[in-house]
Design a protein around this ligand. Structure first.
Ligand SMILES: CC(=O)SCCNC(=O)CCNC(=O)[C@H](O)C(C)(C)COP(=O)(O)OP(=O)(O)OC[C@H]1O[C@@H](n2cnc3c(N)ncnc32)[C@H](O)[C@@H]1OP(=O)(O)O
Length: 201
């Protein structure tokens, strides 16, 4: 697992709950963390140390979408492969698809025919309804709810408890504030908040 911060603790909890006995440990570029045990998992080295530890697959436990994308691009360019972590108490339809590198936390629901891209976070208790398409590097924060046929662009961040009405598109690298109800498409790079959601920037 790459990233031994707050989100890393939750991903660690998911991986330990899955009982993965082949977990090598955390990798983190913060030198002061190396050697420490965080959430029951040892930090075994900096991010680029994956190859020297014989690690075959990585999952990125970095909450910030830009930082997570950059980290994934760096290691995959060097030949690393990604894996996913789906909490055993998440509900993911057999008819949904989830790409590598994605973490789905406890209590989340991914419904039929949803398509979840790579390196995405579907956080605790979030709901991704039928036929949604989630772009790579997006983060759906705890308690958010996407109605059917919603499209989430690359790197978009949906804050805690936000709601998106059916069929809308949330633009790439946009931000939806905590508690927002999105009633219209959100342009790429925009920040929206409130009920109904209005543009802040
Ligand atoms: C496990 C985890 O913890 S996952 C992490 C989950 N994190 C979140 O959900 C955080 C989501 N972030 C937010 O909601 C943020 O407040 C943002 C992104 C919408 C705005 O952040 P900033 O750009 O820093 O805006 P800032 O705090 O300066 O507020 C700007 C204005 O918007 C208002 N505002 C901020 N957030 C919201 C919101 N969620 N809903 C309604 N209004 C809001 C502020 O009150 C302020 O209004 P004012 O100008 O009248 O005083």
């Amino acid at each position: 697992m790459v990233g031994a911060g707050g989100h890393g603790k939750v991903v660690a909890d998911t991986v330990l709950t899955l009982g993965k006995d082949d977990l090598a440990g955390f990798l983190d570029d913060k030198a002061e963390l190396v050697g420490r045990v965080i959430a029951g998992v040892r930090v075994i080295g900096r991010m680029d140390a994956w190859s020297q530890h014989g690690i075959e697959r990585l999952i990125f436990a970095i909450g910030d979408n830009h930082a997570r994308r950059k980290a994934v691009q760096r290691v995959t360019a060097a030949g690393a492969r990604l894996t996913s972590a789906i909490h055993p108490r998440a509900t993911v339809s057999d008819r949904a698809s989830v790409k590598d590198g994605t973490a789905i936390m406890a209590g989340a629901v991914v419904n039929a025919y949803a398509d979840v891209g790579m390196n995405v976070i579907i956080n605790t208790g979030a709901i991704v309804e039928h036929d949604c398409v989630i772009g790579p590097h997006a983060h759906i924060a705890p308690g958010s709810c996407l109605a059917g046929n919603v499209t989430i662009g690359e790197g978009a961040f949906l804050g805690l408890g936000s709601r998106v009405l059916p069929g809308l598109r949330i633009g790439s690298w946009s931000i939806v504030g905590a508690g927002a109800v999105v009633t219209r498409d959100v342009p790429d790079g925009a920040t929206v908040a409130g009920i109904p959601a209005r543009r802040l920037t």
